[in-house]
Design a protein around this ligand. Structure first.
Ligand code: GTP
Length: 837
């Protein structure tokens, strides 16, 4: 709009100037604002040069075409740009031409008036110019603002491009591309450059802006990339490989899960660090390790934290969580039978009492007359036929540990005290165990039939151990009984029922079973057998059961009468068949949901056990033994024990531990149930240990290995003998001892019954020879079932002195008839030699 005005004014000015050409300057100038597309505009300075001419009309006339020529280029422009008002311009053009005609005939007055008018016009012209200048200034300011805005936009775009470029470069560094391929991101970016160049910048006039436009970072980078050589690219890639790797390693903070123990390799993996770095770290602390070494959780935590990671400690033991289920709600509980343990001093009549109660004969089967393992039985008592469960714990000192376990599952302890013997050390021990387990005691004063029995002495003896019996005003029930004569057994049962009634014993039978294994053994044909005492829930056939490190699907449940049952509820003892290994007496068992869970738990427990064994082995390493010898003179007596039942093995290790002194310590290298194997011998040889077989035998390979390695195997069937031997050996008081010499083995092919003679075994000598009069052992499944002498050795119908390998013979034992097909008869001689333990 202003352009139009300007043009108009200019035109009129031009025509006015023409009038005063003679007196005014020849150069006239003015500003014209040009508008372009996209809102751009430009202020243009227009100058008009006129030839100075003196003279009149002709000159003026000749000047006219010139003026017309000069204004011509501007006029079309003005016309073009100010299209909306072309008409007024044409109209004004016409009067100007009229004026020229009038000028020629002006009078002086008129000239003066015209001169005034001209000076006025000049003033107006000056003012107009000033206005124009101000306007131009404002326009410049507006343009500058727009420019600044544009520049900011440009800057932002540049920034984005720069980032994109950086990302592309990082990508290039990561991917192992060919250098040619690298050009692709560049070419991909190229279009953005002309785009940017094309961006409208109407007021880009300043030099600095122009420079900035040309020297963009993108341009600079483009230039850089375009000129980059292959070698430069390689170097760049190498640098990028190194730098970000190092930075990232330090930057990435991981949450490292650390269990109780972890190998260095595993720790390094979890931290995503190099194993070497971890080893170096440990070396700095003066510890030398291999990558496969196991370190404890605390050390691992220190390392992980030092490497800048966060640590989450977990315990492998978490796997045990929920193994034994939650407590039951009060309303689910139903009354159950009391679990009774009979305790007391050796030979005070525990087995006899239980036997009397069950009216079965257990005593007769025991080697050395000692109860050597726990059995559990249930019987009915009282008029209502209430059930009472008995655990028969052995009375020998060696069974202390097992007895303690017995007390854990026990509701009531029957303390058997022989009326003729009174309170003895193990009676006191039993009292202490019962107290520790917070189990009430019922005193059974036994052997009252015996002469010299003094029940009142027992009562007063007990007083000194803070047991006040009922008849003396206390609250401990006491019953005088005779196991032998079966006297007052009903009274004892009554007392038990009374006590259990007071205790209100309850359990929830409708849940997955858990309880305690009271006995475990390996049996030929039946495999591992555990006697389980259910404490809660109901154990069913087909359940997945876990006990210690053993698990299995319950194949069969056999009750105390030897009959198969489908299930066993609270307080019911049953033999469980189906374990993969023999569990240990005292192990807690529970039914788990599936095999996976069972494996998970037992695997963990086995790992733990191995770790413990490894630690025990370390303690007794040769190096440390030597150190101990040097420092304190202490010496170790390493041994390996294999037994027929877990109870016996446990009893022996505990007994040997008890006889250990500060100077000499008996250390079990390994203890387990089962026959002696080759691996036992190699373990014993490596640990310099002696091998004890308690009611078990070494197989042929084990015997050969033992001979080769010079490992001594000693067999026992009575704990006392074993303990005494070890005691003597450890105290250095070895006396002459009987020594066995192995003669040979024979296998029973068939058993015949011959009247008058009894049972005769038809055998074949498989190894060595068999001699008449020699000592023999009857071995069934590597377990000694009988030891004695041969009464007969016959070949065909003749009595012979000896039978050699491969030959068949008939053998009969002195006072023993229970031979079976498949049993092995071991023949040996006994001689007295100096003890060499
Ligand atoms: N006169 C008499 N003798 C008894 C009585 N009870 C047990 N005996 C005898 O005492 C001896 C030991 O009996 P056990 O039942 O084996 O004793 P225990 O306490 O079980 O012995 P360990 O199993 O070795 O701990 C046996 O010879 C029994 O015959 C009794 O009431 N009267």
């Amino acid at each position: 709009m202003s352009d139009t005005n300007e043009t108009d004014e200019k035109t009129s000015r031009g025509s006015r100037n023409k009038l005063s050409l003679n007196v005014r300057r020849t150069v006239e100038s003015g500003h014209v604002r040009q508008n372009f597309s996209h809102g751009r505009s430009k202020s243009v300075l227009v100058e008009k040069k006129k030839r100075r001419s003196i003279g009149s009309g002709g000159a003026a006339a000749s000047e006219e075409p010139q003026a017309k020529r000069e204004t011509k280029p501007a006029a079309p422009k003005a016309k073009e740009e100010a299209k909306p008002a072309p008409k007024p311009e044409a109209k004004r053009e016409a009067p100007a031409q009229d004026k020229k005609v009038v000028l020629k005939s002006l009078s002086d007055e008129e000239r003066d008036a015209r001169a005034r008018a001209l000076s006025n016009a000049k003033e107006r012209d000056v003012k107009q110019r000033e206005r124009e200048e101000i306007e131009a200034q404002r326009a410049a300011e507006r343009a500058a603002a727009r420019e600044a805005e544009e520049a900011a936009k440009r800057e932002r775009r540049l920034e984005e491009e720069r980032e994109a470029k950086a990302r592309a470069q990082a990508k290039v560094a990561e991917e192992d591309e060919k250098p040619q391929r690298k050009a692709s991101p560049k070419s991909a970016e190229k279009p953005s450059v002309p785009e940017r160049k094309k961006t409208p910048s109407p007021s880009r006039r300043g030099d600095d802006r122009r420079v900035r436009g040309r020297l963009t970072i993108t341009n600079a980078l483009d230039e850089d990339q375009r000129q980059r050589s292959l070698a430069s690219l390689k170097r760049h890639r190498e640098r990028q490989k190194k730098q970000p790797a190092q930075q990232n390693q330090q930057k990435i903070i991981r949450e490292v899960t650390i269990p109780d123990v972890i190998t260095i390799q595993e720790l390094a993996n979890r931290m995503a660090e190099r194993g070497v770095d971890v080893i170096k770290f440990l070396m700095k602390d003066g510890e030398m390790h291999k990558i496969t070494d196991v370190i404890d959780g605390d050390t691992a935590q220190l390392i992980a934290e030092d490497f800048g990671h966060t640590v989450r400690r977990v315990s492998e033991a978490d796997v045990e969580e929920g193994f034994i289920g939650e407590k039951d709600a009060e309303e689910d509980l139903k009354s159950r039978a009391p679990i009774v343990t009979i305790m007391g001093h050796v030979d005070h009549g525990k087995t006899s009492l239980l036997d009397a109660l069950r009216t079965t004969d257990v005593v007769g089967h025991e080697a050395g007359g000692i109860t050597q393992h726990i059995g559990a039985y249930q019987l009915e008592a009282g008029e209502a036929g209430q059930k009472v469960t008995f655990i028969d714990t052995p009375g020998h000192e060696a069974f202390t540990a097992m007895r303690a376990r017995g007390a854990k599952v026990t509701d009531i302890v029957v303390l058997v005290v022989a009326a003729d013997d009174g309170v003895m050390p193990q009676t006191v021990e039993a009292i202490n165990h019962a107290r520790a387990a917070n189990v009430p005691i019922i005193v059974a004063i036994n052997k009252i039939d015996k002469q010299g029995a003094d029940p009142s002495r027992v009562r007063t003896d007990l007083l000194s151990h803070e047991i006040v019996v009922e008849s003396m005003g206390g609250d401990t029930l006491e019953v005088e009984v005779s196991a032998l004569k079966r006297t007052n057994l009903d009274k004892l049962l009554e007392a038990l029922l009374l006590q259990s009634e007071v205790m209100e014993l309850k359990a929830n039978p409708d849940r997955a079973a858990d309880g305690v294994i009271v006995e475990a053994k390996l049996e030929r044909g039946r495999g591992p057998v555990g006697t389980a005492l259910v404490q809660r829930g109901t154990l069913k056939r087909g359940d997945i059961i876990v006990a210690g490190t053993s698990w299995g699907r319950v194949r069969a449940l056999i009750d105390d009468h030897g009959e198969q049952v489908d299930e066993a509820g609270p307080s019911v003892p049953v033999e469980v068949l189906g374990f993969d290994n023999a569990p240990e007496a005292g192990d807690q068992f529970a039914v788990v949901e599936n095999e996976t869970r069972a494996r998970e738990i037992t695997d963990y427990r086995q790992r733990e056990r191995r770790k413990k064994l490894a630690v025990a082995g370390e303690r007794g390493s040769l190096e440390q033994m030597m150190n101990q010898l040097k420092e304190s003179g202490a010496q170790e007596f390493p041994y390996l024990i294999k037994g027929d039942v877990q109870g016996s093995v446990e009893a022996i290790t505990s007994a040997l531990d008890n006889i250990s002194t500060d100077e000499v310590r008996a250390r079990p290298v390994h203890s387990a149930v089962g026959g002696i194997t080759e691996s036992d011998i190699s373990l014993a040889a490596a640990s310099n240990a002696i091998v004890f077989g308690f009611n078990v035998r070494a197989n042929a390979q084990a015997r050969q290995a033992a001979e080769k390695a010079g490992v001594e195997i000693r067999y026992y069937s009575v704990i006392y003998d074993l303990v005494d031997d070890v005691k003597d050996a450890m105290s250095g008081m070895l006396s002459p001892d009987r020594r066995e010499t192995f003669l040979g083995n024979a296998k029973i092919l068939e058993v015949f019954h011959i009247s008058k003679v009894g049972k005769v075994a038809g055998c074949q000598v498989t190894e060595g020879k068999v001699e008449r009069g020699a000592h023999v052992r009857l071995i069934r499944d590597d377990v000694v079932v009988h030891e004695g002498k041969l009464s007969t050795l016959k070949r065909f119908k003749d009595e012979v002195k000896e039978v050699q390998t491969g030959q068949e013979c008939g053998m009969a034992f002195e006072n023993y008839q229970d031979m079976r097909e498949g049993d092995v008869i071991e023949c040996f001689t006994v001689e007295h030699v100096e003890r060499t333990l």
